[in-house]
Ligand binder design. Sequence first.
Ligand SMILES: [Mg+2]
Ligand SMILES: [Zn+2]
Length: 190
Amino acid sequence: MNEGAQTGKRFALLDRDGTVVIDKVYLADPAGLEFAPGVVEGLRLMRDAGLRFLMITNQSGVARGYFDEETLARIHRRLCEMLAQEGIDLEAIYYCPHGPTDGCRCRKPQPGLVLDAMANFGFSPEEAVLIGDSEADMGAATATGLTGIRVASPNAGAIAAHDAAPDFLAAARRAVAYFDSRQAKNRSCT
Ligand SMILES: [Mg+2]
Ligand SMILES: [Zn+2]
């Protein structure tokens, strides 16, 4: 077996607001997109360790009538462009447009967005981590068997988030460590 070969796939599922971009609360203008601290460095660290990136995001501003899906698509195109300029390929964005009382399957902590990503990209729960700043993110990870990595953010109860990574770069280091430890275990019996 090739000593440097990676075993299995490596995906990072990324929350959007408060994780990848600063939470502007119902952002309705692409010009308001702003990376959170450590995001570019953290994404490059994970990219260089072979991770691929998908986004999973609750966007109840659609259900609430604050912006429509056309606007959301423009915001997400702009976000993908900003990431591409930094050498980062965000391969897909899964979003829930519903509200808290709609009873949908996709609003985190419901598992729908993660399950869709797993089905479309063909990875198992062990082959992905979920990085997010809220209890809902960690709930979606638990519901689908993924390893959740909590990152502190001002808007999502950083105090309550015991063991949260202080910023995105620290969360990214945890993600890489997760996959490296998995690989070490896989290789120990070859
Ligand atoms: Mg968030
Ligand atoms: Zn939904």
